[in-house]
Each structure stands twice: as C-alpha cells, then as structure tokens.
Design a protein. Structure first.
Lengths: 89, 332
C-alpha cells in the first residue's frame, strides 16, 4: 500500500476544496505547511465536484483545481464529476 | 560563507475570533463567510426601545411567530457576504450586458416578430412593478428580521429584485420605447388582468411577520412569477419568434436558479426546527400560494392564451417538488 498526495496553495479557495477532500476521504491526513496544504491518503484520493460545490457554495469546474495546485502523485483518472488519484492502472 | 534557507512553521495562536471558534471549534480556520456573518448582529445591552415599536427591542426575535434555538442555523449555502455577493452579481451582470449588446448589434430587436413583441411588452414590462415590490419586501425582511445569517441575504435578494426591475425596463426600451414603459405602468394600475396581482403585491407590503413575508415573497411569489415568466412564457415566445427574449431575460433565469438554493435551504432548516414552525410554514404556503395562483391566472391567460392553465399547473408542480425536498409537503 502506498500513499498518493495532492498539495495546494493555502487560500480561501482551497480551504473548501480541502474540506471537501477530507469529507470524501476518511483515511486522508492533512499536513499544513507555510502557504501550502498537503493531503496524503493511502491508495486512493478522490476529489468530488458535488462535495466541493457544497463546501464552496458555487458551481465548480474540476479544472479549477489547477489554479491552486502545487503538486500531486498518483495516476490521474479525471471525469467531469470526479478527480481520482491512485496507483491503479 | 554559506547560508542555509529553511522554512519555519509558525502555528498561529488562534485560528479565528472567539465567537466563531465557539461554533466551529478552536482548531479550524473559519471561512470569510462565517467570520462576516456569525453573531454579527447585537443581541444584548440595547438601550431604548424604538419609539415606532415600543413592544419590541430594536433587534427582536419575537417579530415573527417562527422560533429558532439558534437563528444562525439559517445559513446561506451560497456563502454570500458583501464581497462574494457583489463579485457573483458582477459576473452575472457582465453576461447580461453582453446579451443586450448582442441583441442590439445584430438587430434582433428590430427584426423581432411583431405579434410576439406585443405579447412580450404587455407581459414582461408590467412585471417590473412586481420586482420593485419584491425589492421593498427584501429590505423589510432585512430590517425586521433576526440574525445576520438571514437578514444579510434578504437584503441581497431585495437588491437583486431592483436589478430585475431595471432589466425589465431595459427589455421594454429595447423592444419598444419609453412610451411602452409608461403604457406598462398604466396597465399595471388600470387594466383588470393586472389588478389581482397588484393587490397581492401591495398586500405583501403590510405583512408584519417577516418570516411570513419570506414565505409569501421569496418562496411563493418569486417561484411562481419566475416560473411563469422565465420558463413558460419564455418558451412560448421562443417557439414563436426565436430566442431574443431569452437573451434579454437571462439575468432573471440565472438569478432564480441561484436564489432558490438559499430560499430552499432556509425553509428546510426552519421547518425541521420544530413542528409548530412546520405547521406555520405550511399554513402560510397554502394561503399565499392560493392567492398568487389566482392572481397570475389572468396574466398567464393574456400571454399564453389557452395554454395558461397547463402552464400554471407546471409552474405549481415545480414549486411542489421544491417544497417536498424541503420537507414541507407531507400534509398538503
């Protein structure tokens, strides 16, 4: 079992994205760094559009992730509704 | 000489204000919405009672029959505070302005079908008086309401209605001229098909219970008027003469989808709080909905002819679906 992670700049936008990720991924751990927030999760990490929208209170396009994205690991599986990181092929 | 750069992580002593931390816990950073909203309104240490209403304090929860343990439970899912609200409306306005410009630059207003133009002018332009009434009501709910969580979006809602009134006026000026706008006012004041609706709007101005006003205006009138005007009549005109009117009413369509999220969320929370709230809300819904449907009937008939009753039934069913989601339809 290996971890995947995703890291964002810390700001008002990513606060709701991080909250949404933590709500959808109970095994994820959050790591607050100066001006950066990194989320680690074993095996898989899902960003769900619907959950982000709920926390943000406005429509959200998953592509908006990239504005505040610093780095990530894992293979990406991306649809309109979900952005999934995992090591699965 | 060698310099080592290293980051030092400094934990802030506190993440947010104490009164916010008391609600969400000490270890979490609060959103700007929460910081700009929660417990902003004064609750205690009022000096004199207002001379215009000595029975109540200046901020008094007993101005409505609805009761809440915590008025700040009525949060806005859109998380609007001044900054986010104005940014969101600026975006919507930019799109709407572009649409008006599109219509004018392509001459869609000049080439619009004349029969459809008559229907659009006769139906949409008088509705600006309904929107202005809703603007008054939004301000009233904000003034007499309790708790910033709900009074804040009530005022935003009122301001939105002022914008809608202005867009309807511009629709009149784009498809017609100033005389059309004057004519619409005359119709609103004198033509028999508008009088029930006018009576309804004027009656809402004197509703004392601000939460009843919320139900009458934000839930019933807004959804029935918007549903009729910006879905049913809009579609009928589309089929007949193309989508010019849809372009000119785009703001209202987007606004209605946006504001419904907030309206429904507050109804859901208030109804779930206690059974007497739920009973009151259902009673108010029944009363205002009956009146609003009756008031809209002649106006719908003017715009849609024989299809009016079916259209109103569809509008009404969409309101039912929203109320069912908010848990308010069981005993109807």
């Amino acid at each position: 079992m290996s971890n995947v992670f995703i890291a964002f700049q810390t700001n008002e936008e990513t606060r709701s994205i991080v909250e949404a990720i933590l709500a959808d991924n109970p095994n994820a751990t959050v790591n607050q760094q100066p001006a950066m927030v990194k989320i680690d999760a074993p095996d898989q990490l899902v960003v769900r559009r619907s959950t982000v929208e709920e926390h943000m209170g406005r429509p959200f396009d998953l592509q908006e992730l990239h504005i505040n994205l610093i780095t990530l690991t894992g293979h990406i599986d991306e649809t309109d509704d979900e952005f999934t990181l995992s090591w699965a092929h | 000489m060698q310099i080592d750069l290293r980051t030092v992580s400094i934990e802030p002593l506190r993440q947010t204000f104490d009164h916010i931390a008391a609600r969400i816990g000490n270890d979490k950073a609060a959103s700007r919405y929460l910081e700009a909203t929660m417990d902003v309104q004064p609750n205690v240490n009022f000096h004199y009672r207002p001379t215009w209403d000595p029975a109540h304090e200046i901020f008094d929860a007993s101005r409505t029959a609805i009761t809440m343990k915590d008025w700040y439970a009525l949060k806005d899912p859109r998380q609007f505070y001044y900054g986010t609200y104005t940014a969101s409306r600026a975006r919507m306005q930019e799109t709407a302005e572009a649409d008006f410009e599109f219509v004018e630059s392509r001459g869609l207003d000049a080439s619009y079908d004349d029969a459809a133009r008559r229907i659009a002018l006769d139906f949409y332009v008088p509705l600006r008086h309904v929107a202005w009434g809703a603007n008054m009501n939004g301000a009233s709910m904000c003034a007499y309401g309790y708790g910033t969580a709900i009074t804040q979006p009530c005022l935003y809602q009122g301001m939105d209605q002022l914008g809608i009134a202005q867009y309807l006026t511009r629709l009149g000026l784009t498809l017609g001229d100033q005389a059309e706008v004057q004519f619409a006012k005359k119709a609103w004041l004198e033509q028999p098909q508008w009088q029930e609706l006018r009576r309804l709007v004027e009656d809402t101005w004197v509703v004392k219970d601000w939460f009843e006003l919320y139900v009458a205006q934000n839930v019933v009138i807004d959804s029935l008027v918007s549903g009729l005007a910006y879905t049913e009549v809009d579609q009928a005109l589309n089929e007949r003469a193309g989508s010019t009117v849809s372009l000119l009413t785009r703001f209202q369509t987007e606004w209605f989808a946006d504001s419904s999220k907030w309206v429904d969320a507050c109804m859901k929370v208030a109804a779930a709080e206690n059974p007497s709230n739920k009973a009151l809300l259902q009673q108010w819904l029944g009363h205002w909905r009956g009146r609003a449907l009756a008031a809209l009937q002649p106006v719908a008939k003017q715009a849609l002819g024989a299809d009016a009753d079916d259209a109103l039934a569809r509008v009404s069913a969409r309101l039912d679906a929203r109320l069912a989601k908010a848990g308010l339809l069981s005993s109807n």
